[in-house]
Design a protein around this ligand. Structure first.
Ligand code: AMP
Length: 131
């Protein structure tokens, strides 16, 4: 069965899309550690990120860097932290999280509660900064 992220990429499940290219897709995490928390995923469904072939892995990282540069412009923060965990959803993904200090990269902290309108505004603001 297709992963939830493959179903998002196919448009079967809604998401707050930020960007896509021929190989990769970026959208807001539905349960954000911080406003502007983005997931970057390869369109090819591979469970573990380090099982991606070299070309796809490099493509994913370069795409993630482009999205991270857009997040910094759209969301007030010092930097964007990145993390690969992948224990919950078996489809490789990189978490991009706006941070001001190390402890902001905390997946156990209380999640940001944002309305649909706020999520859409954040996604649109980041999308506008993609170059
Ligand atoms: P992990 O696999 O441990 O890296 O975590 C998976 C992440 O995917 C979590 O941060 C979830 O909040 C996020 N997530 C799960 N389902 C969705 C969805 N439908 N849309 C956006 N994010 C999701």
């Amino acid at each position: 069965m297709a992963s939830i992220f493959s179903r998002i990429i196919a448009g079967e499940i809604p998401c707050y899309k930020v960007a896509e290219d021929d190989k990769n897709f970026a959208f807001l995490d539905i349960n954000p550690v911080a406003p502007g928390h983005v997931l970057v995923v390869p369109k090819k469904e591979v469970d573990y990120i380090y099982d991606l072939d070299e070309d796809d892995y490099v493509s994913l990282e370069l795409f993630a860097a482009k999205v991270a540069r857009a997040i910094v412009k759209a969301i007030p923060c010092k930097r964007v932290g990145s993390a690969t965990i992948g224990l919950e959803v078996p489809h490789a993904h990189i978490h991009l999280i706006p941070i001001n200090k190390e402890s902001d990269m905390n997946f156990f902290s209380e999640k940001a509660k944002l309305s649909e309108a706020e999520m859409q505004h954040i996604a649109d603001s980041i999308a506008e900064q993609i170059q």
